[in-house]
Design a protein around this ligand. Structure first.
Ligand SMILES: C[S@@+](CC[C@H](N)C(=O)[O-])C[C@H]1O[C@@H](n2cnc3c(N)ncnc32)[C@H](O)[C@@H]1O
Length: 220
């Protein structure tokens, strides 16, 4: 994707009162090439490009018939999965309500709540899963160790779900923060998947601590 030159950067000039942080956020959105491209391509979020990149690099969806996306709202990854695998059975789960992505199943619930997992299991009707995705992040509190622990809990839930439901040869992607996956969790991933890598997509903001752990070829 071609990045905008500095000269055509959008600056906010309006009489509306904005806090400094909301102005910075708005300017960043308006000048972000992935935000603009998402509008052109009809994606709901710039996050779609992270999934596109990972899907291509790690061949995540080759032969995938059943895909589960935990933390799916507003639906950018679901759109990418649906576009690449239009006939697959795709389920998205999120705490927040989001607009339906046609041809996918939506579950609103908290994955830390056993009832949500029960609903997900009911939707799957015993089907094994080929790809488990998670872009979940709890709202950051700014204390690095607490944010790290929260994201590790979500990754652990994702991994537990994957271990129970993945088909042999299946893949799992989970969000982590800079510094990567906790040792204990990394050991579990390495025990159960042939390849485990940390990856920061091009479209993930450089200043953001986010990255992904990509575990491929579940050993079963
Ligand atoms: C970065 S957004 C996901 C963006 C999405 N991948 C996309 O492409 O549109 C992270 C999502 O995780 C969800 N989330 C965080 N904790 C969750 C939990 N415990 N259960 C379910 N969803 C959760 C949030 O509500 C949020 O919508």
């Amino acid at each position: 994707m071609t990045h905008k030159s500095i000269s055509d950067k959008v600056k906010i000039k309006s009489k509306k009162k904005r806090t400094h942080s909301s102005r910075v956020w708005l300017e960043r959105q308006l000048n972000d090439p992935f935000v603009r491209q998402a509008q052109v391509d009809g994606y709901r979020s710039r996050a779609s490009y992270k999934m596109k990149e990972m899907a291509e690099k790690f061949k995540l969806f080759h032969g995938a018939n059943v895909i589960v996306d935990l933390g799916a709202a507003p639906g950018g990854w679901l759109q990418v999965a649906k576009k690449i695998k239009p006939k697959s059975f795709i389920v998205g789960v999120d705490l927040q309500e989001y607009e339906d992505v046609p041809g996918t199943i939506k579950i609103i619930g908290d994955v830390t709540d056993a009832q949500t997992i029960d609903v997900l299991n009911a939707k799957l009707e015993g089907k094994k899963v080929d790809v488990v995705l998670s872009d979940m992040a709890a709202a950051a509190c700014g204390i690095a160790s607490v944010d790290h622990d929260r994201i590790m809990l979500l990754l652990e839930i994702t991994l537990n779900f994957g271990l129970e439901h993945l088909n042999k040869g299946g893949h799992l992607v989970g969000k982590v923060l800079r510094g990567g996956t906790e040792d204990k969790l990394l050991k579990r991933l390495k025990l159960h998947f042939k390849n485990v890598k940390h990856f920061k997509p091009e479209s993930s903001r450089k200043g953001s601590a986010e990255m992904y752990v990509v575990a491929t070829e579940f050993k079963g």
